[in-house]
Structure formats: structure tokens, C-alpha cells
Design a protein around this ligand. Sequence first.
Ligand code: SF4
Ligand code: SF4
Length: 83
Amino acid sequence: MALIITDDCINCDVCEPECPNAAISQGEEIYEIDPNLCTECVGHYDEPQCQQVCPVDCIPLDPNHAETRDELMQKYLIITGNA
Ligand code: SF4
Ligand code: SF4
């Protein structure tokens, strides 16, 4: 399941450089996560790195992008060119 940034985001910039998949970018008003690139950090880390650093806890799982761990790992392998 990809993560999503809610409108509680305060644009503090700290999550963007922490994402190993470059899935986070500045959007029109707040930061955004590309669900095609977010693997919940599967393949890189045990925990979603953006959630770890967000000071306002505004990055929940996105129920509209439900994926199994195997699907997340497959996405990781495709993104990294190892599929
Ligand atoms: S969970 Fe990981 S891959 Fe997904 S946006 Fe956050 S840091 Fe990036
Ligand atoms: S860490 Fe949280 S508050 Fe800061 S830019 Fe990222 S989503 Fe927004």
C-alpha cells in the first residue's frame, strides 16, 4: 500500500530527501507521494522512512492503493531495474 500525504502537511521538506525511491515531491500546495514509486520502503528499510521523520504525522497508508508485501517487493524490483 502506498502512503499518502494529508493536508496537515506543513511543507517542512524533511521527508523528500529520506525517500529511497524518490517518490516524494513538492506538489501544488503540499508535498505529494507518487503511488507508482512508493513501496512503503519495502526493499530498502524495515519502516517507511517518511513516516519516521514527519513532525506532524501526516503520512498514513493510502487505502486506495492496497498492495501486498509481495507486490511492493515486485514494485521495488521494477523500480531498481532488478525485476
Ligand atoms: S514509504 Fe518509503 S518509499 Fe514510500 S514515500 Fe515514504 S519514504 Fe518513499
Ligand atoms: S515531513 Fe510531513 S510535514 Fe514535512 S513535508 Fe513531509 S509530509 Fe509535509
